[in-house]
Write a protein that binds this ligand. Structure first.
Ligand SMILES: Cc1cc2nc3c(=O)[nH]c(=O)nc-3n(C[C@H](O)[C@H](O)[C@H](O)COP(=O)(O)OP(=O)(O)OC[C@H]3O[C@@H](n4cnc5c(N)ncnc54)[C@H](O)[C@@H]3O)c2cc1C
Length: 424
């Protein structure tokens, strides 16, 4: 089949990774096609916490302008275990350009990325289009075959990017091996109005035995609530009726019991996250690279999925754009994609390790292990430097590194920024 669409880069998946990458490439004058299966970005309960480093990146990309009224800063973290506060963090004490995580629902973020991309001649977004197969020449991937509203067609590209999320088909089709590690719990999410007794900027983690809940204030005046259930245990919980969810909230956060009883009257008001991590030893092969969840699925602890998706995109665009201008494009792009994984691997591994440690702590039950968990939290809380190092390692590595080696994002077009200067 002749390729109906040609571009230097074909990105499969218009999530945070795919759209940020496409925007960053198009701003560097690289022609890019994004293939996205859904017609709209109206997903809910997906990646709404944006970690501070990604807030910093999005700000410098000029993406957050116009979105501020749809965001909420998380200024503090508070962990309680068996009703006692065991760890507190105040992010305003971290002297960073962007110290706060931001609650920002994905639909407006994705719309903003797509809208900014849409102003650039090199950016093309094909909605309602599903990538169904890889195009190959020998061992090299040369694009994808797609199914869109008008039928099947091919996209030819020097680089194909699998940005198609945690259940990536591109990863399956590429033959890149991966290891999926299911964790012991799944997570149920819902939103309720924020009770008056809670301020709008504190991220609360409540632990009772082996049960825990996350309570994250979000826009507009809501709390995003997530609580753990045993792996695959949703069917059993649902069979007990919605009262089982209400009882869980009575136990974890009685302050929101009334709101939950009024707002969550059926299981259809909730959304489930199957928690697992994926480790992909090699993120690329000739002509193809994986980014975001497709390359490294993470758990919900400290909202790192979107963060690593956006950072991947910014790093890959910076490395691949000059490679696409070299005479031996295939070799240069191959080197750039390897370099990309080298640059990103350690940071992803650090986030995954912290999350897995935290997952194990959440799962502890029985008097002794629970006592130990509380003692460890208290120790970390009492030791300023340890707490600082732990949180800085996950929330601010890019901003800290930037002081030593400036991290460049693509110049924001003059029409939007007014200046058009390189945001180094
Ligand atoms: C319930 C839930 C809550 C979460 N909460 C948080 C949070 O608070 N903070 C956080 O950081 N992360 C959170 N995450 C994780 C976060 O959503 C992901 O890490 C993040 O969205 C990854 O971005 P991505 O661009 O790599 O993939 P995705 O966001 O998954 O985007 C992939 C895109 O690819 C498209 N696609 C898939 N297959 C094809 C195909 N064959 N052809 C064309 N298009 C295709 C999909 O439609 C989708 O738009 C949550 C996830 C879930 C499910």
């Amino acid at each position: 089949m002749a390729a109906a669409v040609q571009a230097q880069v074909c990105v499969v998946g218009g999530g945070p990774a795919g759209l940020t990458l496409a925007l960053e490439l198009a701003r560097r004058s690289v022609s890019v096609v994004v293939v996205e299966q859904s017609s709209r970005f109206d997903r809910s309960f997906r990646g709404e916490s944006i970690s501070p480093d990604s807030v910093w990146l999005l700000e410098r990309m000029g993406v957050l302008q116009g979105l501020r009224d749809q965001t909420l800063e998380t200024r503090r973290l508070e962990i309680s275990d068996q009703g006692r506060t065991v760890l507190r963090a105040d992010f305003s004490q971290y002297r960073q350009p962007c110290p706060f995580p931001l609650e920002l629902p994905q639909p407006p973020l994705l719309e903003a990325l797509a809208a900014q991309g849409g102003t650039l001649p090199e950016f093309r977004l094909l909605r309602r289009t599903t990538a169904t197969a890889l195009r190959t020449e020998g061992t090299r991937v040369t694009g994808v075959r797609c199914k869109g509203p008008d039928g099947e067609f091919e996209v030819a590209a020097a680089l194909t990017v699998g940005a198609d999320g945690r259940f990536s088909k591109i990863r399956e089709m590429s033959g890149l091996t991966y290891r999926k590690q299911p964790l012991e719990r799944d997570f149920v999410w819902f939103k309720v109005p924020r009770p008056k007794v809670w301020d709008g900027h504190t991220y609360r983690v409540r632990i009772v035995g082996a049960r825990h809940g996350l309570f994250i204030p979000t826009v507009p005046d809501l709390v995003r609530v997530g609580f753990n259930i045993p792996k695959g245990g949703l069917k059993e919980l649902r069979a007990q009726g919605i009262g089982a969810l209400h009882a869980r909230m009575d136990e974890l956060a009685p302050e929101i019991s009334d709101q939950v009883r009024t707002a969550v009257t059926a299981w259809s008001h909730t959304s489930m996250l199957d928690i697992f991590t994926t480790v992909v030893p090699h993120w690329s092969r000739p002509g193809l690279v994986l980014v975001g969840d497709a390359a490294h699925t993470l758990t919900p602890v400290l909202g790192q999925g979107v963060n690593h998706a956006i950072t991947d995109a910014a790093v890959l665009a910076r490395l691949v754009a000059p490679a696409l201008r070299e005479r031996d494009t295939a070799a240069a792009v191959g080197r750039a994609t390897l370099h990309f994984q080298q640059e990103r691997d350690a940071s992803v591994a650090r986030a995954r390790a912290l999350q897995l440690r935290q997952e194990r702590a959440f799962a502890l039950s029985g008097p002794l292990p629970v006592l130990l968990r509380r003692a460890v939290y208290r120790l970390v809380d009492a030791s300023g430097p340890v707490k600082r190092r732990m949180l800085s390692g996950i929330y601010y590595p890019l901003q800290q590194e930037h002081r030593i080696r400036p991290f460049a994002v693509a110049p924001v077009p003059a029409t939007r920024a007014g200046a058009g200067a390189e945001a180094a």
